[in-house]
Design a binder for this molecule. Structure first.
Ligand code: UDP
Length: 497
């Protein structure tokens, strides 16, 4: 087929790790299909970050060209080069980051006009409400990529439309979400990351997101049918649009290099990390990582590390600095040095502490790992599910508490560390120490220890991993859905030409 007859998808990832990683995985999956070409729209800094991933893809014969978008960081008061949420120097500046993102619309429109072969579909992250208008002006269908789980969106839809929060006076009082297919109990504090009608401007913002969803040709979720069938079907009904599950997208990466190159370069030597894991007994290691924008206070981070040490199990602990200002980073480093924790565990070989960025998917897929302490970002949650690990849940903000609910109460593969209060994503509020080292130790024991209940949890986790693996295999639901998406887009273009 001549290049200009191929179906051209243009993919616009949002510049935050938890959004860009799955969207770029999805772009690769599209590009691997016959008669499809994919162009990525990236800002220069993000282009540099994902270049190794695209080069690997190109080496395998799947070329994904990039068109660059100039990011107006300085125009909104951000430092030059601040082009990813994890580079924003302090939490209050996240608003400026979002303002810069919204300013990309004219550039995206201009690029779509000049690209050849002509774009036939725009795939954009949910954080680009302007994508709806861009696609309309270009006369092409738009797919909206949701980086979170369908369960979260369905819960937040029912919370907002039922106005249940009007009846809840206390931040920590439990209420049941009306309309869910099973009992789903939350507190106001837990749900406000996705449903916060009291915050000025929130309702208008949410209305825009809903309009953006309804106007989409279809919604894409990084999940799989066997995990979320009921929620996917329900969401299709409430939004009256097509809904496809295409995940876990991380499982399509089978080669070592693909598992290592995700998001950005690892700050630990990958051989050192693999050698340390190789030296551990199967299923004994706890991997602890709180995602790409963890904003725990220094004292809470130390308490977490001390809890891992107290668990008596070997562990890998990722101390990330995403979205913390320089003072926070310095204070954490000083506190850790003063306590001697890092020195102790590296000297006695009990732990590997990674400052910065870990090759998470590689670590989770190592046979030595037996449990995952996670902040319950959806990508991490799904990567844990895909690797068959029971989890200790430590939600921070946004959708994290919804994912904790799914992991602990619905799928029953998780144990709560005991976080009650959201971290107020975007403000960096100090909520004090919520989880003590003993809580960490007990939750780790619950996940890693012996006993019928613990074995049953491990079995459930292993069964889910098997279902996830089947979903991405040829003939599996996610694999098939990618084909269906392409066919529907092709049909739309044919019918409208
Ligand atoms: N990640 C990683 N190394 C790290 C921290 C995070 O590879 O040290 C990846 C992780 O595998 C996941 C993504 O970054 O794919 C984080 O997304 P998630 O939705 O879990 O959380 P967020 O960072 O958006 O809060």
């Amino acid at each position: 087929m001549a290049t200009d007859e191929k179906l051209h998808f243009v993919v616009l990832p949002f510049m935050a790790q938890g959004h860009a990683i799955p969207v770029i995985d999805f772009a690769k999956l599209l590009a691997e299909r016959r008669d499809v070409i994919v162009t990525l729209l990236l800002t220069p800094v993000n282009h540099i970050r994902v270049k190794p991933i695209l080069d690997r893809s190109s080496d395998r014969g799947v070329r994904i060209p990039v068109e660059e978008l100039a990011f107006p960081a300085q125009e909104v008061g951000l430092p030059a080069g601040c082009e990813n949420l994890d580079l924003v120097p302090s939490s209050p500046l996240m608003v400026n980051f979002m303002a810069a993102t919204a300013m990309l619309q004219p550039q995206v429109e201009a690029l779509l006009r000049k690209m050849r072969p002509e774009p036939r579909c725009l795939v954009a992250d949910t954080c680009f409400p302007f994508a709806s208008e861009v696609a309309r002006k270009s006369g092409i269908p738009r797919l909206l990529f949701h980086p979170m789980t369908c369960f979260t969106y369905l819960c937040s839809h029912h919370i907002v439309t039922s106005r249940i929060l009007d009846t809840v006076s206390d931040e920590f009082e439990y209420f049941d979400v009306p309309g869910m297919p099973h009992e789903t109990r939350f507190t106001r504090s837990q749900v406000k990351g996705m449903a916060d009608p009291e915050t000025p401007g929130w309702v208008e913002f949410n209305d825009k997101l809903i309009e953006n969803e309804k106007a989409a040709f279809g919604l894409i979720f990084n999940t799989f049918e066997d995990l979320e069938r009921t929620y996917l079907r329900e969401y299709e009904m409430v939004r009256q649009t097509r809904v496809w599950s295409v995940g876990p997208v991380s499982l399509f990466s089978k080669e070592l290099g693909d598992k290592v190159s995700r998001g950005k370069s690892s700050t630990v030597d990958v051989d050192q990390c693999s050698n340390w894991l190789d030296a551990q007994e199967p299923g004994t290691v706890v991997y602890a990582c709180l995602g790409s924008i963890c904003n725990l206070t220094s004292s809470q981070m130390l308490e977490l590390g001390l809890g891992l040490e107290a668990s008596g199990r070997p562990f890998i602990w990722v101390v990330g600095f995403g979205c913390g200002d320089e003072d926070t980073k310095k204070s954490l480093q000083e506190l850790l040095a003063e306590n001697g924790l890092v020195k102790r565990v590296s000297e006695n070989g009990r732990g590997l502490v990674i400052f910065g960025w870990a090759p998470q998917v590689l670590i989770l897929s190592h046979r030595a790992v037996g449990g995952f302490l996670t902040h319950c970002g959806w990508n991490s949650s799904l990567e844990g599910i895909s690797a068959g690990h029971p989890v200790v849940t430590w939600p921070l903000f946004a959708d994290n508490f919804y994912n904790e609910k799914l992991l602990v109460d619905v799928l029953r593969v998780g144990v709560r560390a005991g976080v009650k209060q959201s971290m107020d994503y975007g403000k960096g509020r100090d909520v004090g120490i919520q989880v003590r080292r003993d809580d960490v130790r007990n939750a780790v024991e619950e996940v890693m220890g012996e006993g019928d209940e613990r074995e049953a949890r491990r079995k459930r986790a292993a069964e889910l991993a098997e279902k996830a693996r089947k979903a991405v295999e040829e003939g599996g639901s996610s694999h098939a859905n990618i084909g269906k998406i392409i066919e529907e887009v092709r049909k739309f273009n044919k019918d409208s030409s």
